[in-house]
Design a protein around this ligand. Structure first.
Ligand code: GTP
Ligand code: MG
Length: 297
């Protein structure tokens, strides 16, 4: 191994929905974090590990930092995001090309610290009709505080992603890899299965419902050549259950079908997926339940 091998941790942080998980998946070249067009899709801290010839970069995907701190779940989620900044070598603070909003400012307060090296990544530049509009934004960002660099990209269209990756690797400290070179995440196959179900809830249910749903894997077992997975979708009220099931079970069937397709791809194996919808009132306000569901360590 070359002497100048680099190793380090990079946290991706920003308000919800800016494209943090899309970028981490592009860096790793695999789906390790779920994506939807709704804010607050990511709820956990997830590591994505990228190993190249010259460096190993450990990315930390975080839940979007949001302003509404009223609910217990929201508080836990913000705590997860800010605790992911401890001891990291670089922070990618992500905003979008349509401008610096109040929500960006709130999230930015978390990274304004002397001990953090911050790169501002402007995502979704594919949406800009006129690239000249970027200049005032870059200027605005440069005035926000101590920033190492401002880098515009499109995570979705892979524009600028390779250049950003190169920049990151060059700015990591020297060090040997901390993880086996074929490891891409710290999360278990069971966790990924629950996430793939949650992704479909976010994609297929209306505006409010995904936020009162949680997914728990009851069993995950290999039987001959097939993976048998049983999952429970927890909701807060009987009315929610009826919506998740849909007319004659049409909604849950579609959720199961799409989640199963994702699992087949992820595990490269045939999958049986059994889904159950259960009501547990107030799960998101109950610390013990939150612990069981993996929101608190
Ligand atoms: N047009 C465009 N859309 C993008 C780009 N990157 C991500 N998106 C979309 O933006 C939405 C949010 O993406 P995510 O990756 O889930 O965003 P996130 O920041 O992880 O969101 P939270 O986990 O909710 O905080 C999805 O619909 C993505 O397809 C991009 O470069 N261009
Ligand atoms: Mg995300």
């Amino acid at each position: 191994m070359a002497e100048s091998h680099r190793f380090g941790f990079v946290t991706i942080l920003g308000r919800p929905n800016v494209g943090k998980s899309t970028l981490i998946n592009q860096f790793i070249g695999k789906k390790i974090s779920i994506i939807s067009s709704k804010p607050q899709t990511t709820r956990h801290r997830i590591l994505g590990i990228r190993t190249s010839e010259q460096a190993q970069t450990v990315f930390i995907d975080t839940p979007g930092v949001h302003q509404n701190q009223k609910s217990y779940l929201n508080k836990i989620i913000n705590r997860t995001a800010s605790s992911s900044l401890e001891g990291v070598d670089l922070v990618l603070f992500m905003v979008t090309a349509d401008g610096w909003r109040e929500a960006d400012e709130t999230a930015f307060q978390l990274v304004k610290r002397d001990d953090l090296k911050v790169i501002v990544v402007i995502n979704k530049i594919d949406r800009l009709d006129d690239k000249n509009k970027l200049l005032p934004l870059i200027e605005r960002i440069s005035q926000s505080g101590e920033i190492e660099a401002v880098i515009p990209i499109s995570a979705l269209r892979r524009k600028g992603v390779k250049e950003l990756m190169g920049y990151i690797e060059r700015h990591l400290p020297e060090g040997l890899p901390g993880f086996p070179k074929d490891q891409v995440t710290d999360r278990s196959p069971e966790f990924m299965a629950a996430e793939l179900v949650r992704e479909q809830l976010f994609r297929r249910l209306g505006q409010e419902l995904p936020y009162v749903c949680a997914v728990e894997i009851e069993s995950f077992a290999k039987e001959k050549h097939r993976l048998n997975i049983h999952a429970v979708i927890w909701v807060e009220k009987p009315g929610h259950k009826a919506i998740v099931l849909g007319k004659n079970g049409s909604s849950i069937r579609e959720i199961g079908k799409k989640a199963r397709e994702g699992m087949i791809k992820m595990y490269n194996s045939p999958v049986y997926l059994g889904l159950f919808v259960k009501v547990r009132e107030g799960w998101s306000e109950n610390p013990r339940v939150m612990k069981t569901l993996g929101y608190i360590d």
